[in-house]
Design a protein around this ligand. Sequence first.
Ligand code: FES
Ligand code: FE
Length: 423
Amino acid sequence: MSAATTNGLHPDRAKIVGLIDRSRPNWSLEQPFYVDPAVYELERELLFPREWSLVAHASEVPEKGRYIVRQLFDEEIIVVRFGDGEDDIAAYYNVCTHRGSRLCTKDGRSRLLVCPYHAWSFRLTGELQTRQDLPEGVDPEALGLHRVPSKCIGGLVLCGLDKACLPDVQPVADALIDGLRQNGIDRARIAARKTYPTKANWKLVLENFSECYHCRPAHPEYFRVNAHVKVTAMRDEDKAVQWQEELEAWHSVIGDAEFNKGAWESGDIDTAPYGMYRKPIGPGRMTLSDDGQPVSCLMGGRTSYDGGETGFLLGRMSFVSSANDYVTLFQMIPRGPTETDVILTWLVDADADAGIDVDAITWMWDVTTVQDKTITEHNADGVASRAYRPGPYTALETQTASFVEVYLSNMRHLITGERPAVA
Ligand code: FES
Ligand code: FE
């Protein structure tokens, strides 16, 4: 890229474009991308408003009038059920249109949303209900709640910050809805939830999440349970071929060879990334549990265990792992240049026994996420050192390399307005 392309940019932005232009393909990012508040501020302004993120499960707002307060990037939002239909869920910024107070301070149920400051009230569909105190000439219709774009897909509530620049989410819904239903995600209830505050930039969290190169040294339990990981992490080409054959044979028996699909690595900023894949967990294992034995009842109308795990990728920050009898939702929420919240929510079938063993259900992903938090924080500490220099991604980190490449290309596009040469 020529220096001329950065002419006219604010010096801070020109500096970041310079860093992007000197980045080596397939090498980790320059230090400022992981620590610099100026980079984070640009991401906050340009990138985050374009991302659809998982914020809730529909069972959290089971009937009309139920509302919950949730985090969407650096914003607090209210998710509310305004009707009885499956998709009658709306989201609003948690900001009163009178003088800006928080409207809801905790989850609840109500016919109207009432501000705790001066008691203005709003309908569940967002319109201002209060009329009596409005000064003459002020149009109450213009004082409805600020809407947050939202979409309910198979029980998952996705939201985004800015309607004006969000990509169309319908292709994600069209691609994933059948898979989400087949896995019973639309008729599930929450069994547990846990937040893992991680002292690391959100990209380090996602880079780690995108590769399993670290699985053998860092995740002994995950490595033991997931046979396929052993194959990739052993770097043995024969074993990798064997795994591919086993995978294809398994898919042909299960009858879902066409299941894998996605536009996850699309570099197009105007396309919402998504993906879906299925794979067997490991020989003799029915579910993702310590001993491979069931931990709850089957989900999604299954009549027997097929020992598979289905993965769903929704946008860049949200993932779903679905075993036959429980589901884990992953949300990554950037909270600052060097802070990211990772939230895990475990789902079971709506009719699952009240006495289910929650520790058995949460075991696999809790133990793994605690380990991921530790290794990612160590990564963040090292990356902040004066000695840090970008390092090369290996053949076992191709997805991570791809994530970084797309990130750089998108940021450059958003800062300069220039389309990438290769989409
Ligand atoms: Fe909400 Fe005044 S700020 S009613
Ligand atoms: Fe990990």
